[in-house]
Design a protein around this ligand. Structure first.
Ligand code: 5AD
Ligand code: SF4
Length: 482
């Protein structure tokens, strides 16, 4: 395992190994020498700043980047004015890209005053050829650019960038490779994301993810179980299994296994008290999975089940492979099996050709299901996706009006759902001391609602029973029951 390796003993005068992860260990060793040199030059330990955009996958990737940066000798900085700045980007909607372009403007000005700093960009946005063109043409001050498929090579790319001036660019169009056992530095000691698969094969017509994250690849169950056992030993009590579509986990493995089977194996791991997962595609949610959730003592009573639209016609255009009736039937089946489950969702407003009638179908599903929470998005045209070529893009003011109406409904229903929890005693994983009031701690219920209650720093990372005293819409005030 990587933390048993003495990197300073690796002979960097030799040619780098071809095999992974040995090759990356070699480059970590090389980077360590370079960073030591930098430290002598600066007269202090060099710092790094990492900014993550987008989803939980990216958050987990950033923990991997952080692991390498700390291993090679950088110290994490909370402010952007650092010696090494890296943005792990998202491109799911246009505004995610815009944020990055905006921040780069600021960094350019900073770098002019600190020419020795390094700027790196990685993640989903870098998988778009137009982005790379634009960077090469107008953002020559950026030092290192890589994508989603070769993130495991970060140490090797960092070494190349530290060794030479100018822009190092390495973008792959796809990969079938999964490299295990690289350094990772968790943000929270007591909870962790665990990748179970990478990529996506669904090709929803609006979505850029299959193009930037490549084809679906599942990790082997034994690698996943080993990682979780190690996490449990290290004090982790809650894990979030990550994949673009966890319900199709294991289908492409040499020895196929289902997601429900994987969950049953994880359930047996001592020390793990809570299991979450994200994201479930409704089309692949099996009866077996519903039973696995029902029978589990550890799987949280929370399911994120993206709806996207309530209109069967639009769902067909979206290539979602379910219709309104099937979605509602699935919800009914889940609620019958697991009555106390909290449901959350993603909804897109303003997909090309969406009429008022289509939109009202979405409002109807929101009403019928009664989500505990919903992420609502305005449709964003992504170049290269089938929907970008569809006619009848909906006018902005119509979309805005629908978005506001949807948000209002979602919030009113979520507040009602939350209210129903008031008075209950629920197990809560304490995540942090409250930033506004040090006398309070903040934690999450299994259903993912947030609760603040009187407590102390020692409670962080522990699961305590809390009485939910007062509902504040989408969070609670409570009191620990001892
Ligand atoms: N426009 C708006 N929202 C999108 N999503 C994915 N692609 C787009 C797009 N082009 C939303 C979906 C998905 C969530 C992660 O982002 O609702 O579930
Ligand atoms: Fe995550 Fe998708 Fe954004 Fe990539 S494009 S960071 S996979 S949400």
């Amino acid at each position: 395992m990587y933390n048993e390796i003495d990197f300073d003993k690796i002979d960097i005068t030799m040619e780098p190994p071809v095999e992974e992860p040995a090759r990356q260990y070699y480059f970590i060793a090389k980077c360590r020498r370079q960073v030591q040199g930098l430290k002598r030059e600066l007269g202090r330990q060099p710092t790094f700043f990492i900014q993550t955009f987008g989803c939980q996958m990216n958050a987990r990737d950033s923990e991997k980047l952080t692991g390498i940066l700390e291993m090679v000798g950088y110290r994490q900085s909370e402010v952007e004015e650092a010696d090494f700045v890296i943005y792990n980007t998202c491109t799911v909607r246009e505004n995610a890209n815009n944020k990055v372009w905006g921040r780069l403007g600021y960094l350019n000005a900073y770098k002019k005053r600190h020419p020795n700093m390094k700027i790196a960009l990685c993640g989903c946005m870098m998988q778009e050829p137009e982005v790379i063109e634009k960077l090469k043409k107008s953002y020559a001050f950026v030092d290192l650019v890589f994508g989603t498929h070769n993130i495991y090579k970060f140490a090797e790319l960092l070494e190349a960038s530290l060794a030479q001036p100018g822009m190092v660019v390495d973008i792959w169009t796809d990969t079938d490779k999964i490299v295990e056992d690289l350094p990772v530095e968790r943000k929270y000691p007591f909870k962790s994301g665990v990748n179970i698969m990478f990529g996506c094969n669904n090709f929803c017509s609006y979505c850029i993810v299959p193009y930037v994250r490549g084809r679906e690849r599942s990790r082997k169950p034994e690698d996943i179980l080993l990682e979780i056992k190690r996490l449990a030993k290290d004090g982790v009590v809650e894990i979030m299994l990550l994949g673009q579509n966890v319900n199709s986990y294991g289908k492409n493995l040499k020895e196929p296994i289902t997601f429900a089977e994987l969950l049953r194996k994880i359930e047996e791991i001592e020390g793990i008290e809570r299991i979450r997962f994200m994201t479930s595609h409704p089309k692949d949610l099996s009866g077996d999975l519903v039973e696995a959730i029902r029978d589990s003592k550890k799987i949280c009573r929370h399911l994120h089940l993206p709806l996207q639209s309530g209109s069967s016609r639009i769902l067909k255009e979206m290539n979602r492979h379910y219709d309104k009736g099937q979605y509602l039937a699935l919800v009914k089946k889940i609620r019958e099996a697991v009555p106390d489950i909290a449901l959350t969702t993603d909804i897109i407003v303003g997909f090309p050709g969406e009429t008022e009638e289509d939109f009202l179908e979405t409002m109807d599903v929101v009403e019928q299901v009664g989500y505990e929470s919903a992420f609502t998005f305005i449709y964003s045209k992504r170049t290269g996706t089938p929907a970008a070529k569809m006619e009848c893009q909906v006018p902005q003011e119509v979309v805005k009006n629908r978005f506001d109406r949807l948000l209002e409904k979602v919030q009113a229903i979520a507040a009602k759902r939350a209210e129903a929890y008031t008075g209950r005693v629920e197990p809560v994983l304490v995540e942090e001391v409250n930033a506004q009031d040090e006398a309070l701690v903040t934690g999450r219920l299994g259903s993912n609602f947030v609760v603040h209650f009187p407590g102390s720093r020692e409670m962080v990372g522990k699961i305590v029973n809390v009485e939910l005293k007062e509902c504040k819409g989408f969070y609670f005030y409570g009191e620990a029951i001892t």
